[in-house]
Design a protein around this ligand. Structure first.
Ligand code: LMR
Length: 329
């Protein structure tokens, strides 16, 4: 609760001034929306283990998976209020809190490979973006590069025409809205925790996510076709409440910073194998058709979607888009 966080803040302040309370516990609540066995859930648990071991339990990390504490929009508000201390939302959720630059990552076909994405997120452009996050009462800590998104629906999505008129769930990103409209689909913003039921009941016809999310949320059980589009980069910004972070005792902040570095390396090392394993498991389940595109079909989708870069340049920053093109050659 909010008062709990205020008390924690006070404890952190007191710990600097008074050695007597230096042994008091600090609790970090880490809220997220995926399952515990999705890459983000695993990395959250990994971070918890590192932090609790390395601080001898002085810092306790409570991980709340599956939107059990907060849904997409609420978790960001809760962080700004100080009711939770750590989140790792997908970039597509940051625009709604004023961090529009992060929607640049939603541009379709921005990156050809995860190596290209990492040149940006783990390089100087990523560092610049973390600084921008700083101005909103939050502190950006790390980029967790997840995977690429695929499209699911009740029919194969091979050509732009196949998307026409479909109601497709998106995260709350203006770039994703423009992406779906470029295909003449009807985008609908829904919280992640509501997607399964919306697909099952036909409130929406389809959605986009990496294989690991599709599998762990069982979307493949309520969608007839999964089209392998790899059309969009998917990753997370690990972030914390700036005040909470700044008020931590210096030595603890150091331990946490190293644990974040190690957890980022862990996340980035498991994401691909988890995504590949999820595709295998979806295939083995036999519950949905996996549709591979021909090179011509891929080119057709790309042609329909690339104009979204220009359309959204004013929102996410023309200079930022150009520097990303440059960094990825
Ligand atoms: C979503 O579709 O909302 C997801 O990308 C959620 C997540 O955190 O992976």
């Amino acid at each position: 609760s909010l008062s709990h966080a205020v008390i924690l803040g006070a404890v952190a302040l007191g710990a600097m001034a008074l050695p007597a309370v230096a042994q008091d516990r600090i609790t970090i609540k880490f809220s997220h929306v995926v399952t515990a066995d999705a890459p983000k859930g695993k990395a959250a648990e990994y971070f918890k283990r590192l932090v609790e071991e390395r601080t001898n339990g002085r810092v306790v990390v409570e991980v709340y998976p599956n939107s059990q504490l907060y849904k997409d929009k609420e978790e960001i508000e809760a962080l700004q209020l100080g009711a939770v201390q750590l989140l790792a939302p997908a970039y597509a959720k940051l625009g709604s809190m004023g961090l529009r630059e992060f929607e640049v990552f939603d541009l379709p076909y921005l990156f050809d490979s995860m190596a290209d994405a990492q040149k940006v997120t783990q390089g100087p452009i990523g560092q610049e973006l973390l600084k921008k996050a700083e101005s909103r009462g939050i502190t950006g800590l790390a980029f967790w590069d997840n995977s690429f998104k695929q499209m699911t629906a009740n029919r194969p999505l091979r050509t732009p025409e196949d998307f026409k008129g479909l109601k497709l769930r998106i995260q709350s990103s203006k770039v994703l809205d423009a992406q779906m409209r470029a295909l003449n689909a009807l985008p609908q913003v829904l919280a992640f925790s509501e997607v399964y039921q919306a697909l099952q009941t036909g409130v929406v016809d389809g959605q986009e996510n990496p294989f690991s999310n599709i599998y762990t949320q069982k979307f493949h059980e309520v969608q007839k076709a999964l089209t392998v589009t790899n059309h969009g980069y998917h990753g997370y910004l690990l972030l914390t409440n700036k005040r909470f972070w700044d008020e931590l005792p210096v030595e603890l902040r150091g331990v946490l910073t190293t644990a974040i570095k190690d957890s980022t390396a862990y996340f980035n090392s498991i994401a691909k194998q988890d995504d590949d394993a999820a595709l295998d498991a979806i295939r083995k389940s036999g519950k949905t058709d996996i549709v591979e595109l021909t090179p011509q079909e891929k080119a057709g989708l790309k042609k329909a979607l690339l104009p979204v870069h220009k359309m959204m340049a004013a929102r996410v920053g023309d200079g930022l888009i150009k520097s990303i093109y440059k960094a990825t050659g």
